[in-house]
Design a protein around this ligand. Sequence first.
Ligand code: SPD
Length: 287
Amino acid sequence: MPLQFNEFYDGNTGLTIGIKRLLFSKQTQYQLVEVYETESWGNLMVIDGMVMLSEKDEFVYHEMLTHVPLFTHPNPEAVLIIGGGDGGTAREVMKHPSVKKVDLVEIDESVVEASKRYLPEIGDFDNPKLQLHIQDGISFINTVSSTYDVILIDGSDPVGPAEGLFKKDFFESCYLALSAQGVLATQTETPWVDSYHLSIRNVYSYLNSVFKYTSMYLCYIPLYPSGMWSMMCASRSDDPAGEDVLKRSEEKVNKIEGLRYYNPGIHQSSFALPGFVSDLLSVDIGF
Ligand code: SPD
């Protein structure tokens, strides 16, 4: 019998990944953090039974959560990442020449520990621009005195410790911590799983009510449930899907090293939503 990791979602539907062995397993005060060696996806991080990243496909998620919002801001210098203790989002952020400082706030030290040890190519933890805070992102944002040009929310799924990262109060605090041209991006699960619809609509409805622009965009991540993954980009000044931002991306993209998914064409097309997804956002539920 081959060894397998299975993530079930939406009832009995599942994703099966062939594994060789378990490399790391720790039940922390927040969650169960595991790393597996897989047969064909490199090492795989799983939290509470849900796939967070594999070495083979992580670039899609990290490039899209980072470069869409960072090109939306005209000159991002200070960036806050909430979650993202594996270091992949910070790695992409620090590829932007304008970025001077990155605060990475991860609630669970074991995520950082496991990543440094078993996913060493993912993070760039020794980069002097990066300041790591082992702290609850919600208490960090509620007490922070700095202002950020971009805030990226790289949390887990909206169950367990990451639930608060999908709530109105949290986004309110993020908005207040952003500079005048500030941009926020967050991962918002897959539109294919019905149990995520409420949080998708809630997040969209709230961001849309306070930011000048809010857009959902999509990318394709083979080891996430259904493969179709949504993110949202909200901006105080520049339209993430507009001509000016696209021009900026075209002018500056060659300064970013090692891109494998993001390019200006992907930036533009990622905002094109299938009808069933835009229908999901058009239902006004009042946040
Ligand atoms: N169901 C998967 C959602 C995972 C979102 N965060 C991934 C962390 C990668 N830095």
